[in-house]
Design a protein around this ligand. Structure first.
Ligand SMILES: [Fe+2]
Length: 256
């Protein structure tokens, strides 16, 4: 065996399993000629034997030339740097290695959609408070807070993915309603629209095999199921009882 290579392998023995395996293999298999299968070390490797990196640490299967190959690391690299996993490069034209541009755009738009829902709940909350319905006021206040939390959740997801999204403008909303039923109908339409938004995001994330956004969208779709269920319950109560009765029920449920 080449003395210089043996020296390099021995220097790695205490830390590198394959170096040990190579050495043992040379000892127990007389016919194994490592010099034939291992490229001769260069002068640089001889000068920096501590910087020799051995690949294929498994050491399993049929012996092939590449199984015993010794790869010379760049002389300037520190040993600890050789242990670091490679950071995947960001695909060309993509803002982040985690999210596609399409997903970023959809989520940025969703920040606006959640904020619009907050804005609408706030407007309805002000109307209910103005006409003297404390139960509806308490309920819509809680819903407005939920929408604000949703907006922050999406925005936080984008920022931890390394995105500085361009957020959409929020348009104005009505603050005057014909009656309580009109406010609940507006809420129901908004919730169904937000559900459709999240279904579209979930579909795109699945197509892209974007596991992070799939998980986010799954949470929101489940949340929307609860939101729609809540509004449908209020609609049903209004269909069988008076506004004051429903207001009292909502006060008991959401009031301080
Ligand atoms: Fe929401």
């Amino acid at each position: 065996m080449n003395d210089r290579l043996m020296k390099a392998i021995n220097s790695k023995m205490s830390t590198n399993p394959l170096a040990n395996a190579l050495r043992k293999k040379a000892e127990v298999i007389p016919d194994l000629d490592i010099e034939e299968t291992v490229p001769q070390p260069t002068a640089a490797a001889e000068q920096a034997d501590a910087k020799v990196e051995v690949i294929n640490p498994e050491g399993k299967g049929e012996t092939k030339p590449e199984d015993n190959a010794v790869k010379q690391a760049p002389a300037a690299s520190a040993p600890e740097e050789q242990m670091k996993p490679e950071t995947p490069e960001t695909p060309e034209g993509q803002q982040t290695k985690f999210l596609s541009d399409d997903i970023v755009e959809m989520l940025a738009q969703q920040v606006g959609n959640e904020m619009t829902a907050f804005y609408e709940y706030t407007a309805i909350n002000a109307w209910c408070d103005g006409v003297g319905l404390p139960g509806f006021t308490a309920w819509t206040a809680k819903q407005a807070c939920d929408e604000m939390a949703h907006m922050k959740k999406v925005l936080r997801y984008l920022t931890i993915a390394g995105v500085s999204p361009k957020l959409p403008s929020i348009s104005g909303t009505v603050t005057s309603y014909a009656d309580v039923k009109a406010t609940v109908d507006a809420i129901y339409s908004r919730e169904k629209e937000v559900t459709a938004n999240w279904r579209a995001i979930a579909k795109k994330a699945l197509q892209d095999a974007d596991a992070g956004t799939c998980a986010l969208a799954q949470w929101f779709v489940t949340e929307q199921m609860e939101e729609e269920d809540t509004v449908e319950a209020v609609k049903f109560r209004l269909s069988i009882g008076s506004v004051l009765e429903v207001d009292l029920q909502l006060m008991e449920q959401y009031g301080d």
